[in-house]
Design a protein around this ligand. Structure first.
Ligand code: S3P
Length: 166
């Protein structure tokens, strides 16, 4: 199988970056995060890109970053929470080992709160979360080769659960 050793997907705030970094350390491989790639290339935060250019423009930039990372990274790769909205991306994930980190709504509110740095949850986090998950859950599940629930677990416990699932 070519491509990343493991791809992490799941909603914003679920811990993809923290767990991804820990996983990479445990596996002795490099960690990469498409959100970081986008911020580095644009020289702006993701919230700024959303505000200044809108979500559609962000999704185009995100898709390009994801396709580059899938083709050019062989370690642990974390994808931004909305990456799986793109059909071509989902198709490319079909041949990969993909772990979906899941969490329920209470855990999501606890972790993301009213953080304005997360543009899609800035107004009414609980309601926006439910709506996002209703439209995305099946997409995460559709690309996943394993699902690891994170509710009530520390990042270390989640990392171990991912390793167990590989
Ligand atoms: C988004 C998730 C964020 C970021 C942007 C949009 C989403 O990434 O790409 O705020 O649509 O779910 P993380 O999942 O890494 O927080």
């Amino acid at each position: 199988m070519s491509g990343p050793l493991v791809v992490l997907v799941g909603p914003m705030g679920v811990g993809k970056s923290t767990v991804g970094q820990q996983l990479a350390d445990r596996l002795g491989v490099a960690y990469r995060d498409t959100d970081d790639d986008i911020v580095a290339a644009a020289g702006r935060t993701i919230a700024d890109i959303f505000v200044e250019e809108g979500e559609a423009a962000f999704r185009a930039v995100e898709k390009a970053a994801v396709l580059r990372a899938l083709a050019g990274h062989d370690g642990v790769l974390a994808l931004g929470g909305g990456s799986i909205l793109d059909e071509e991306t989902r198709g490319l994930l079909a041949g990969q080992r993909v772990v979906y980190l899941s969490m329920d709504v209470e855990e999501a509110v606890k972790r993301t709160g009213l953080n304005a740095a997360r543009p899609l949850l800035a107004v009414n986090p609980r309601k926006q979360w439910r709506e996002l998950m209703e439209s995305r859950r099946h997409l995460y599940e559709g690309v996943a080769t394993a699902v690891v629930p994170t509710d009530g677990r520390t990042p270390e416990e989640v990392t171990q659960a991912v390793l167990d699932a590989l």
